[in-house]
Each structure stands twice: as structure tokens, then as C-alpha cells.
Design a protein around this ligand. Structure first.
Ligand SMILES: C[S@@+](CC[C@H](N)C(=O)[O-])C[C@H]1O[C@@H](n2cnc3c(N)ncnc32)[C@H](O)[C@@H]1O
Length: 192
């Protein structure tokens, strides 16, 4: 989706609570933060002053141009989460909002996030995910092929929490909404 169209579609969702949810997602973070899949940078203005540097990546160069206007002091990098151009343990926290539904290789992406996060560092995610109830999950499975074509890659049925665990993260907090189809995940790279 074009960056301008994305912002237009997101605006009403922002007014309905998504902007506040993005703010809560980054509340209390400090130090060096990496945001993956930043898109047009809708979460970037909300970082608290305790964050000393914001680095944000996306595969969409046009979206990154819009993100630059929202946060001129951020380091914006055209890169995939599946192959992050950063050294091991480079960040104190990693953030994603509405991203892992459209990452082609989520296991690879989360392994990369694990690698660049310092031991003890936090992963904060706000994602729409596969529902826990089998009825809803089956509906998501049925709708996903058409939805993926329509949106250019978004899956409704991604079991993001499973991938987070498999990458080696420890769960800190999970908050499920919309019958489990939306999830806040706070996880941590184990300290040792
Ligand atoms: C639905 S948008 C979310 C954008 C933003 N985080 C937000 O909250 O509005 C998903 C974003 O993930 C990006 N994306 C998809 N696959 C990616 C990958 N492998 N690496 C980095 N970004 C990716 C897309 O380009 C898009 O900007």
C-alpha cells in the first residue's frame, strides 16, 4: 500500500485508540531503541525522553521518507528484520507494531531481533494475531489468502506468540484484546 494511502486508512483507527495504544507500547522505555517495520513512522513521535536514540527500519523506502518527517532525529534504515544490519546486543529494546503479520520469515526475523537485543533487553509488540478459539482461527485461515492479496502480504492468522517463544524470549506480559485477535506482547531476552 502506498504510504499516503496507509496514513489515510490508519487515521480513523488512530482516533479510535490505535495512537494511544502505540504510545502505551513504548511507555517507560529507555536507552537505545530499535523499531522494526516502522512504516510511515506513526509510533515514532510517542517515544519518551528517556529513550536516548531511536533507530527504525522498514523494507518500504517511500514509507521511510514519511517517517523521516515525523521524527527527523531518528536513524532510519532501509532494511529487513530478517537481516538486520546491526551488531549483536546493539539495542536496549526493540518495538514492533502491526508488523509480524506481514514478515515472510517470522522465525528468522525474531531470531534477528533476539540477536540485536542486549541480554535482559525488552521486546514490545502490538500485533494482530491468530485467535485462540478454533472457530475464529478457522475463519482467519479461510480469509487469509484473499486478505493477503488485497493488502500486499498481511496474514490474519499469524501465531506471533509461538514464534516469540521459539526465538528464545521469556514472556513478561501478554494482553489479549478483540477475542485474542489483537495482542500486546512484552518479552525479554534472558539476561544470561
Ligand atoms: C501494517 S504496517 C505497520 C507500520 C507501523 N509499524 C504502524 O504501526 O503503523 C507493516 C509494516 O511492516 C513492514 N514490513 C513488512 N515486512 C518487513 C520486513 N521483513 N522487514 C521490515 N519491515 C517489514 C511493511 O513495509 C510495513 O511498513
Amino acid at each position: 500500500m502506498k504510504a499516503l494511502a496507509y496514513d489515510a486508512v490508519m487515521a480513523p483507527l488512530g482516533w479510535m485508540g490505535l495512537t494511544e495504544a502505540r504510545r502505551k507500547l513504548v511507555r517507560g522505555l529507555a536507552g537505545r531503541v530499535l523499531e522494526v517495520g516502522t512504516g510511515t513512522g506513526l509510533a515514532l513521535p510517542g517515544y519518551p525522553d528517556t529513550v536516548t536514540s531511536v533507530t527504525a527500519i522498514d523494507v518500504d523506502a517511500e514509507a521511510l521518507e514519511r517517517a523521516r518527517r515525523r521524527r527527523p532525529d531518528a536513524e532510519l534504515v532501509h532494511a529487513s528484520v530478517e537481516e538486520l544490519p546491526f551488531p549483536d546486543a546493539a539495542f536496549d529494546a526493540v518495538v514492533s507494531s502491526l508488523v509480524f503479520c506481514s514478515v515472510d520469515a517470522p522465525a528468522r526475523g525474531l531470531a534477528e531481533v533476539f540477536r540485536v537485543l542486549r541480554p535482559g533487553g525488552e521486546l514490545r509488540m502490538l500485533e494482530h494475531v491468530r485467535a485462540p478459539s478454533s472457530g475464529l482461527a478457522t475463519a482467519q485461515d479461510l480469509l487469509t489468502p484473499a486478505w493477503k492479496r488485497l493488502t500486499g502480504g498481511c496474514r490474519l492468522n499469524r501465531d506471533t506468540w509461538l514464534f516469540v517463544q521459539q526465538a528464545g524470549f521469556e514472556g513478561v506480559r501478554r494482553v489479549q484484546r478483540l477475542q485474542g485477535m489483537s495482542e500486546l506482547i512484552i518479552a525479554r531476552r534472558p539476561p544470561h
